[in-house]
Design a protein around this ligand. Structure first.
Ligand code: ZN
Length: 507
């Protein structure tokens, strides 16, 4: 149970400025002697010994399984095809719900090949919608990544790279476009890095942290750091349920930013999942808990008959490392485990069997795609593009030109007195380079990601001829001027204290 302050380093879990010196983690349990859950109760006592009990239980589970499948595929939601995406532009009744699950690496989802059933609901959304198999975030730190995601610009063009950078008012944010078009707009978030003072509220009529509620008995947080964000993601879900009930009569854009996967946090029932006892197992339980929250939201949308007029997007701002390259957490490098995230777009109609888009896509493509889909004006001069042609190509089985996946991180993002320490990465056509721009020779890494998707073997020694052109493209993106100006904010004392309490800003 030991953690160690590292002062000048960005931190083993990036946002916490602490490094684990053992595999153990600090466990916060509100009441470690929590009462038996319904599951435990139902499996205890003499009835447990009866074969009849097992038959009854099996039958119940089958019925429950069938019902839960049916619940996703509501009869009122028609079956459609990719060709019908074009007609969405003409509809006047569409809602967009954008669910951002902080710190969700793609390969921990069942539909992305994981052996555990961590995401039954999200997988179902993919099976009846569009799943992008290889989406990359543009940074491994929340604020830089989210600024790129919302503006469709690569990080150097947003200028949002350090702890005091904010999205300038000059930026056009998707919520502004939706609001202009008459949508009700609301954002509900628990991560302070996307707060209003950093400019992320632009266009949202309502932009709030959810109301604090009593934390359920037995709720656990397994965070290898000094402090945690208070509350739980059920606060986001309950606020979202209230919003959709109150706004069912009008078109809306709703942004939900879930945080418990970042904190390896979950309700007591999820502690009983037979996943093992490592910190990585806790992360999986937190993902399963987050999935259950979204399940609750989808159930409500179905009850309100809103699924047939809602585009539901599931995305993440970055992944999470478990020592694949020696570190734990995120916001410290740009290896694949920190960048590869899920992306699912569930349409107002079901695509039977779902559609998978295999080529590389980027988080900067999300809003150009959604705005195109609903027929709203595009964001200005984005690096991201609408993925609709790629979706159509996937449906037809034809190929498209591969997109350049660029990522960027200032390694000194959280430190007031640190120099700019840019790390950049570019992946294109199965090859990837990553380099600290101040020391290119020493730090260069080059991977053949088709042959080596885990980025284990640095090929720079052999000097293959693809390294130089990739580095040149990477330099071009890295040196680009900001497209929206720049803005640094003075954090007020209370906010600074909150972030510092979380290990976010080194004094
Ligand atoms: Zn994050």
């Amino acid at each position: 149970m030991t953690t160690e302050k590292l002062g000048h380093l960005p931190g083993a879990r990036g946002t916490h400025n602490t490094r684990l010196v053992s595999h153990e983690c600090r466990v916060v349990v509100y009441n470690p002697r929590f009462s038996q859950s319904w599951l435990e109760k139902s499996l205890s006592g003499r009835i447990y010994d009866s074969p009849r009990f097992f038959y009854a239980l099996a039958a119940l589970l089958l019925i429950a399984g069938a019902l839960s499948q049916l619940r996703i595929s509501i009869p009122t939601r028609p079956i459609g095809s990719v060709d019908e995406i074009a007609a969405l532009k003409d509809r006047e009744d569409l809602n967009v719900i954008f669910v951002l699950i902080d710190t969700l690496r793609a390969d921990r989802l069942g539909s992305y090949g994981y052996e555990r059933d961590t995401t039954p609901l999200i997988d179902e959304l993919g099976r009846s919608g569009i799943r992008f198999a290889e989406t990359h975030a543009q940074s491994s730190w929340t604020k830089t990544s989210m600024a790129s995601l919302w503006t469709g610009l690569f990080p150097p063009r947003t200028g949002v790279l350090r702890y005091d950078d904010a999205v300038p008012p000059k930026a056009t944010m998707p919520a502004e476009i939706f609001r202009e078009a008459g949508y009700a707009t609301a954002g509900i978030f628990r991560n302070g890095w996307v707060g209003a003072n950093f400019g992320f509220n632009q266009g949202f009529e309502t932009y709030v942290k959810p109301q604090k509620r009593e934390v359920k008995e037995g709720f656990e947080k397994h965070v290898p750091g000094a402090a945690t964000v208070p509350g739980t993601d059920s606060e986001v879900t309950l606020a979202a349920l209230e919003f959709v009930r109150n706004n069912a009569h009008q078109k809306f854009l709703l942004y939900l930013h879930y945080m418990d996967a970042h904190q390896y946090a979950y309700e007591a029932e999820f502690a009983q999942l037979d996943y093992g006892s490592t910190i990585s197992d806790s992360y999986d339980r937190a993902i399963r808990w987050t999935d259950a929250n979204i399940d609750q939201l989808v159930a409500e949308l179905e009850d309100l008959d809103l699924m047939k007029k809602t585009i539901l997007v599931i995305a993440s701002d970055h992944g999470e490392a478990f020592r694949e390259h020696g570190i734990e957490g995120h916001a410290q490098d740009l290896h694949i485990e920190a960048l590869r995230v899920p992306l699912i777009i569930n349409l107002p109609f079901r695509i039977d069997g779902g559609l998978t888009v295999e080529p590389v896509t980027r988080n900067v493509d999300i809003w150009p795609t959604i705005l195109d889909m609903v027929g709203l004006p595009p964001l200005p001069s984005t690096d991201g593009i609408s993925l609709i042609p790629m979706i159509q190509a996937a449906a037809e089985g034809s190929s498209t030109e591969e997109l350049e996946s660029f990522a960027f991180l200032d390694l000194g993002w959280g430190q007031r007195n640190s120099d700019f320490q840019p790390l950049a990465a570019l992946q294109h056509e199965g090859r990837k380079v990553m380099v600290e721009l101040a020391e290119p020779e020493e730090t260069l890494m080059a991977f053949d990601v088709d042959a080596d998707p885990g980025e284990r073997k640095n090929l720079k020694g052999g000097r293959p001829d693809w390294i130089e052109p990739l580095q040149a493209k990477m330099a071009e993106h890295s040196e680009a001027e900001t497209a929206i100006g720049s803005l640094q904010i003075e954090l007020d004392e209370m906010y600074r204290a909150q972030l510092e309490a979380l290990g976010y800003v080194v004094k």
